[in-house]
Every structure is written in structure tokens, then in C-alpha cells.
Write a protein that binds this ligand. Structure first.
Ligand code: HEM
Length: 512
């Protein structure tokens, strides 16, 4: 039926299961054929046949449901204009606190320049258009990221940007010229991470090349052979090959020095023979290269192992989607050329530690943004949900919960931006000296905040926060997965301790 102008009287006539129309936000929907397929059942629709069902609908559904089922819409009520704001790719949230202050029109920020704003706009459109639909599908099915999306991200320079500022960005076209590679700083880096998170799929978020962000950096920084380094960089940045970091073992998590995988040199000194296992390796299932922590004769070393004979990867079932590609790896007499060593033999701890700050900072960017998304969901839901005859938000106890969540999000983003600003002014070595502690404390606090936000959000959403589809699905996912941020990249307790120990190094020797 063509889209038409209809009167409420005409709608009212279509009130049987043979022809069942209803009005939602001044638009008319013919749900006759949809009755049997409606996830909420037939009877509820029959109860509002021929009537205005706007209030009932928004009490139970997200606006996106109407966008998805747009084909059921047959017209608009004569002389009326729909009130509901539809989301278009690239749109900023209109929910208070739905965006950080620098993206809120009435506020200013000293940190962001025009190139940051251009990049943010380009990343938001890209994420909304290309990443979110794939992310949602993969999160649900557990499929790994498809090659076509990797290729598209590679072309847009997103894979390059994920590694943070550096020479690898020079001369690379980034998001159609939104920012020059030479100008790319840690605020651009923050923007890329925070925009990608909005795809709202925690397992996929890690499945989307998280392994690369923490392992290719080590190759670029510590490879001993320029030609070999460029080959790997080219293969990975073009999306043809995948790479991940393989440090953690059943025997050693945060205690990196405790790893047991061994690499013994052959008699001719040309190869390492690697034996051992790795656990919880993000992306490992689909990777070609493994930047691996091993025990050599006098200490810890890091070598790049290529998938081949003796390398076996099996998926590990975790609390988040299999889209992350979390793996158990077995190395069984794997022959690795000694040229694949990164940095200096037995000094691998430097290679591993040098990566940590950026990883932890990136994880903080992500969890802080995700906490905001959850807070935004709670604000929307409380303003839409009717219980005990009034909106949820009219209950003071709900407003208290929202206040706490907002305060955590704002505090974390402000601290994050402060640290990011320091990072833009310090070379990487200085960052390790001065910022390892503050970044550790920030990540610890951000995941404690995530814990608070997840807990309050579940109480606000009730049963829907325990359901993987429908209104509460974002809350259910966040509550199930925020611990990944609290454990990966250094557990909260380890990072808190690091922060205080680093601070103590700067305590004056004399008593104060
Ligand atoms: C064009 C009209 C409608 C469409 C396309 C639609 C679609 C859906 C979808 C996709 C769901 C699954 C949950 C979700 O994804 O959010 C759902 C659930 C539900 N729907 Fe509808 N719906 C429509 C109208 C209505 C109306 C008018 C009512 C009530 C009068 C209603 C009552 C329900 C109920 C009770 C559920 C279960 C929700 C829960 O327990 O969380 N639906 N609907």
C-alpha cells in the first residue's frame, strides 16, 4: 500500500485481526501480517487494534524497532507531525550526558582542535554505517570479524590509527583526509577508540583487531630487521594478515615473569624451538602471527611466531561473545628463526612493559565511553518507562542512581582527558616514567566506576537487564562483560598497587 495521509477515524475501522492498524507517534502501522510474528504476542496488539498505541509501544520498545520494521508503516495521520527523533548515521546524542562535554554544544574544551572534530564526525558515520550492523550480528552469532570490514577499515586508515601516533601514520590517508598522519595525536587516538566502542558489542569490540593494537606496536618498536618489520607491518595494515599478543598462560596472568613457555636455541644457533601453552589470547583463533612471551636461557624474551607446523589454536568459551576469538594456544616443537626475536634476548620484559601504558589507556578510553552509553540508556529508559502510574524518572531513588552514574562518567572522562593531554606532551619513554602510575590508577578507578554503573543500571532496568534481547540488552551485555576491562591489561588491584608504588618513588627521603 502506498504511503498516505489517513484520519484517526479510518484507522479505527481497521480493528480486527483481518485488518489490524494502529498509530505510533502519528504514524499508521498495518500489523495484520505481523501479528503471528510479533515477539510480544498477538493478544497485546489486538488490545490496541485501531487505536493510538504510542504510550504502550514506548513503554516496551526502543525507537530502533520502528526503524527496523519501517515496512509496516502505511501512512501518517492527517495534519500531524511525528515527534520522535529518529537516529541517522553520524548523529550526536541529544540525551543530556549522552556525549562527553566537548561534544555538547553549550560547553567548550581546551583540548580539541578542528581536526579532532572532523575525525570524530567521520568515525561516528563510519561506525554507525559499517561497524555497528556487523558488530551486532557477530556478537550474536559468535562469528569473527568479516574480511570485507577489515578491508574497509584498512582503506580508511583505521587499522593504522588504532596503534596510536607514530611514524607508521606518516603519509597515510586517514578517513578521507580528516586528519594528517603527521598531526595525529593522543586525542585523535582517544576519539578513534571511543567512537568504535559505540558499536556496542563487547566481544566483537575485542574481536575487531584488539590483538593487533597491542602486538604490532612491539614489532614496529623492537624488530631487529627493517625489511622483515616492514613486511609484517604492510601485511597487517593492509588487512591481509592478523596478529595478536600471546603472553598470558594458565600459570601466569598479571605475573608476567612467571610464564613457562620455553624457547631453546638449536645447536647451529639459527632457530628457537618453542614449547608451551598460552591462554586467553584475544584474536588468537584467527591470527597468522603471535607475538609471544617465552623463557630463554637467562630470562624472558619476546619472539614472533608464525602460524604453521606445531601451532594449534582452540577457542575458549568466555562470558563474552566468541566474536573476540579468545584462544588457547599450544606450541609443540615450533621452529622459529632467531631473526624473529624482538629487542634483546632475555630482556623481553622491556618489550612487554613498553606496551602496557598505551594498552591500559586505550582500555580506559573504551570502558569510560561504554559506561556513558549505559548511563544514556538508563536516562532514556527512565524517561520512557511507566510504572506505578508515572515515569520511572519521577522516582527520587532512580534519580539518585542516575546522579551517581553521571558523576562517575564525567569524573573519569575529565581525568582521562587530563592524562591524555600529558601524553601529547611527553615522548614515550617519559610517559613510562611519569604516567605508568597515573594510567594504572585511572584504569583501576574507571573499572570500579563501570562496576557501580553496571550494578545501578541493572536495578533500573529490572528483568530486562537480565535478557539478551530487547530494551535491556545493552545493560545485560555490560553487566556480563565489564569485568573484562577490570582484568585484562592488568587487574584492578595490581594497577592500584602500581600507582601507589610509583608515587612512593617520588616521595622525598626526609620525613615530612
Ligand atoms: C509496529 C508495531 C510493533 C512492532 C514492530 C513490534 C515489535 C516488537 C519486537 C521486535 C519485540 C521484541 C523486543 C525488542 O526487540 O524490543 C517486541 C516485544 C514486545 N512487544 Fe511489540 N511491536 C509493536 C507494537 C507493540 C504494541 C503496540 C504493543 C503493546 C500494546 C507491543 C507489546 C510488546 C510486548 C509486551 C513485548 C515484549 C517486551 C518485553 O517483555 O520486554 N508491541 N515487539
Amino acid at each position: 500500500m502506498p504511503h498516505q495521509s489517513l484520519t484517526r477515524a479510518e484507522v479505527a475501522k481497521n480493528n480486527t485481526e483481518d485488518s489490524l492498524w494502529l498509530v505510533i507517534d502519528s504514524k499508521v502501522y498495518d500489523v495484520t501480517e505481523f501479528l503471528a510474528a510479533h515477539p510480544g504476542g498477538e493478544s497485546v496488539l489486538k488490545q490496541v487494534a485501531g487505536q493510538d498505541a504510542t504510550e504502550a509501544f514506548y513503554n516496551l520498545h526502543r525507537q530502533e524497532v520502528l526503524q527496523k520494521y519501517g515496512n509496516l508503516c502505511i501512512g501518517t495521520i492527517e495534519g500531524e507531525k511525528p515527534q520522535v527523533i529518529e537516529h541517522h548515521p553520524g548523529d550526536l546524542s541529544v540525551v543530556p550526558y549522552g556525549e562527553p562535554t566537548w561534544l555538547t554544544p553549550q560547553f567548550k574544551s581546551p583540548y580539541y582542535k578542528e581536526s579532532h572534530r572532523r575525525l570524530q564526525r567521520a568515525m561516528r558515520i563510519f561506525t554507525d554505517t559499517y561497524i555497528t550492523p556487523v558488530a551486532q550480528e557477530c556478537e550474536r552469532t559468535g562469528q569473527h570479524i568479516p574480511q570485507h570490514l577489515i578491508d574497509r577499515m584498512s582503506k580508511a586508515g583505521i587499522l593504522h590509527m588504532r596503534l596510536g601516533p607514530g611514524k607508521h601514520l606518516h603519509g597515510v590517508e586517514l578517513m578521507g583526509g580528516a586528519v594528517k598522519g603527521e598531526e595525529f595525536d593522543y586525542f585523535h587516538d582517544l576519539i578513534v577508540t571511543q567512537e568504535l566502542v559505540r558499536a556496542n558489542a563487547r566481544g566483537f569490540q575485542d574481536g575487531n583487531m584488539a590483538g593487533m593494537t597491542i602486538s604490532l606496536t612491539a614489532v614496529l618498536q623492537f624488530a631487529n630487521n627493517e625489511e622483515w618489520k616492514n613486511k609484517i607491518a604492510q601485511e597487517v595494515f593492509s588487512g591481509k594478515k592478523k596478529i595478536c599478543l600471546a603472553i598470558t598462560e594458565a600459570f601466569a596472568g598479571s605475573d608476567v615473569a612467571g610464564i613457562r613457555t620455553t624457547a631453546e636455541k638449536t645447536k647451529d644457533g639459527k632457530y628457537y624451538i618453542v614449547n608451551g601453552t598460552k591462554k586467553w589470547i584475544t584474536n588468537g583463533v584467527f591470527c597468522d602471527y603471535f607475538v609471544t612471551g617465552v623463557k630463554t636461557d637467562k630470562g624472558l624474551s619476546v619472539i614472533v611466531i608464525e602460524r604453521g607446523e606445531g601451532v594449534e589454536t582452540t577457542p575458549i568459551k568466555t562470558a563474552y561473545s566468541a566474536a573476540a576469538g579468545t584462544t588457547f594456544i599450544t606450541f609443540d616443537n615450533v621452529k622459529v628463526p632467531v631473526e624473529n626475536l624482538l629487542g634483546v634476548e632475555n630482556k623481553g620484559i622491556h618489550v612487554i612493559l613498553s606496551n602496557f601504558n598505551h594498552e591500559r589507556w586505550m582500555m580506559t578510553c573504551a570502558v569510560v565511553r561504554m559506561s556513558r552509553l549505559v548511563t544514556e540508556e538508563c536516562l532514556k529508559w527512565s524517561n520512557q518507562r511507566l510504572v506505578f502510574g508515572k515515569k520511572l524518572i519521577e522516582q527520587p531513588v532512580i534519580r539518585q542512581k542516575l546522579a551517581k552514574m553521571i558523576a562517575h562518567c564525567e569524573a573519569n572522562q575529565a581525568w582521562l582527558e587530563n592524562i591524555t593531554y600529558q601524553m601529547t606532551l611527553m615522548p614515550y619513554k617519559q610517559q613510562s616514567i611519569h604516567l605508568a602510575g597515573p594510567i594504572g590508577l585511572l584504569k583501576m578507578f574507571a573499572t570500579r566506576s563501570a562496576h557501580e554503573c553496571a550494578d545501578e543500571a541493572v536495578q533500573i532496568f529490572g528483568g530486562r537487564a537480565l535478557t539478551q534481547t530487547g530494551m535491556g540488552r545493552t545493560i545485560e551485555m555490560f553487566h556480563r562483560t565489564y569485568k573484562f576491562d577490570a582484568i585484562l591489561g592488568g587487574a584492578e588491584e595490581v594497577l592500584g598497587d602500581l600507582g601507589v608504588r610509583q608515587a612512593l618513588k617520588n616521595m622525598p627521603k626526609s620525613m615530612l
